[in-house]
Design a binder for this molecule. Structure first.
Ligand code: ZN
Length: 161
């Protein structure tokens, strides 16, 4: 038999989240704005005895849970090198290096363990969450996981591990 490889690809309309963010790095900050982020997942692996690399349903459910956890939040990069982020009581405050100050209800914010809320870093974060969700449901081992996060149609970043 030929030495080929198999990959499953999941790109569904409902694998999306709507979120607010702004890119910030020393010397530059975007204004707060939002995207309807669309997520796609590719998994490469061996064919199991059932003819699957992995059950599509598991991938869709795992990815949907990750998207839902981000939906309708303001995403803040907890490891930012130019934003001072403090959680005080029911509020989250983010102060940029020039003194610009945002205050959000803590319930509306998702503090992510990333440096920038770029599509690239979001793709890496989402990949980690999808990986954890798949492992939690006992998904069969795979070789490579690839996640793309699109800010708008035709503009996406991809992370693979
Ligand atoms: Zn943006």
């Amino acid at each position: 038999m030929a030495d080929g490889s198999f990959e499953v690809y999941v790109a569904k309309e409902n694998l999306k989240f709507n979120a607010a963010h702004f890119i910030a790095y020393p010397g530059f900050r975007e204004r707060l704005h939002g995207h309807n982020y669309q997520v796609t997942v590719r998994l490469e692996g061996d064919l199991g005895p059932d003819g699957y690399v992995i059950d599509f349903g598991l991938v869709k459910q795992a990815t949907k849970r990750v998207c839902d956890a981000l939906d309708e939040y303001t995403l803040l990069p907890a490891q930012s090198d130019c934003l001072r982020i403090t959680v005080e009581g029911e509020s989250v405050e983010a102060v940029y290096e020039d003194g610009s100050r945002f205050v959000f209800p803590a319930t509306d914010v998702m503090l992510l363990p990333i440096v920038h809320t770029s599509a690239e870093e979001l793709a890496r974060y989402v990949a980690g969450q999808v990986r954890a969700e798949l492992l939690a449901v006992g998904a069969r081992p795979w070789r490579r996981l690839e996640v793309s996060v699109a800010e708008t149609r035709g503009q996406s970043a991809t992370y693979s591990e």
